[in-house]
Ligand binder design. Structure first.
Ligand code: PMP
Length: 317
């Protein structure tokens, strides 16, 4: 369920009143970047890492991002205002609105910044954790990093959507995507891990994939738990013959994959290493987040007054 309050360019507004121009280059060209951030037990998980990645993605596209503190404060404000106990924050930053045409980029207004709260994305998906997902390997290849670097989380997800459509057409839950050399990269909106001979392996980001924040936490957890782990170039055969396969992402957390292209993975159910890492991850989210303190009533009142003043100014014009 979408939260009632949305942040648009410095103001908090009711979700039905939250709008962005049709001339926005995010809409016209997918010219922007975004982040999805988890909120668990009233704490924002890995907020600073997400803000850093958003700013890196923006720098890659040469979009001027607000400073870290401004982004951080706005994200916390949206989460607090929506009383977000469990859920997800979406931050979108685009190049801004202005004349149509990519040759007019110097004539755009300021970048557009939107933040949306969504309650309970980490829904009760007990069945998935119990039974696992099925996946296919997509024919659609990941865009090579020398074209658009997958390390940047841009507003253009057509490549991922084409991959996911293949999964749906094949009756599977997910698609795993290869790069143009045939190496495993990631799933359509999650990173991939395989476990082989007791080692926890995930492809290196230079192959053209998003360096997921959950992926980073899992690698950290593996080190803490003294489970051997590595970033390694993997091929289809490594996935088909793995002891365990799982995906990681902000919305997904860690989800097991029990079948790939009709091959049963391991025992065909969530494996022991996956379960250890999932438990470790859930423990981690209990303490490793920025807590959402209640918003001060004075601040809410002053913002309400500001909005009312803006509204009456607008009605006079
Ligand atoms: N890969 C892609 C393509 C993604 O969109 C995402 C985010 N959903 C991920 C991996 C996982 O990244 P994170 O753990 O930072 O959410």
């Amino acid at each position: 369920m979408i939260g009632e309050w949305v942040y648009v360019n410095g103001a908090i507004c009711a979700k039905d009143a939250a709008t962005v121009s049709v001339f926005d280059h995010g809409f016209l060209y997918g010219d922007g970047v975004f982040e999805g951030i988890a909120v668990a037990r009233r704490a924002v998980f890995k907020l600073d890492a997400h803000i850093e990645r958003l700013r890196d993605s923006a720098r890659y596209l040469a979009i001027a991002a607000p400073e870290v503190d401004a982004l951080r404060e706005a994200a916390l404000q949206v989460a607090r205002r929506n009383n977000l106990d469990e859920g997800y924050l979406r931050i979108v930053l685009t190049r801004g609105a202005g004349p149509v045409g990519i040759r007019n980029m110097d004539k755009l207004g300021a970048p557009t910044l939107v933040m949306i709260a969504q309650h309970e994305v980490r829904a009760q998906r007990a069945a998935i954790y119990e039974h696992g997902l099925t996946a296919v390997i997509a024919a659609t290849r990941r865009i090579p990093p020398e074209c658009v670097d997958g390390k940047a989380k841009t507003c253009n997800y057509i490549n991922n959507i084409l991959g996911f459509q293949e999964a749906i057409r094949a009756g599977a839950d997910e698609a795993i995507m290869l790069n143009d050399s045939g190496y495993i990269t990631e799933a359509t909106a999650d990173n991939i891990f395989v476990i082989r001979g007791g080692e926890v392996l995930t492809p290196p980001a230079y192959l053209g994939l998003l360096k997921g924040i959950t992926r980073g936490v899992v690698l950290e957890l593996a080190r803490e738990m003294a489970i051997p782990s590595d970033e390694r170039v993997l091929v289809m055969q490594d996935v088909y013959t793995a002891d365990e396969v799982f995906l990681t992402g902000t919305g997904a957390e860690l989800v097991p994959v029990v079948e790939v292209d009709g091959r049963r993975i391991g025992a065909g159910r969530p494996g022991p290493v996956f379960l250890r890492l999932l438990n470790g991850f859930r423990e981690r989210t209990k303490w490793d987040g920025v807590p959402l303190k209640p918003e001060s009533p004075a601040k809410v009142r002053s913002e309400r007054a500001l909005r009312a003043a803006r509204a009456s100014e607008a009605s006079l014009q």
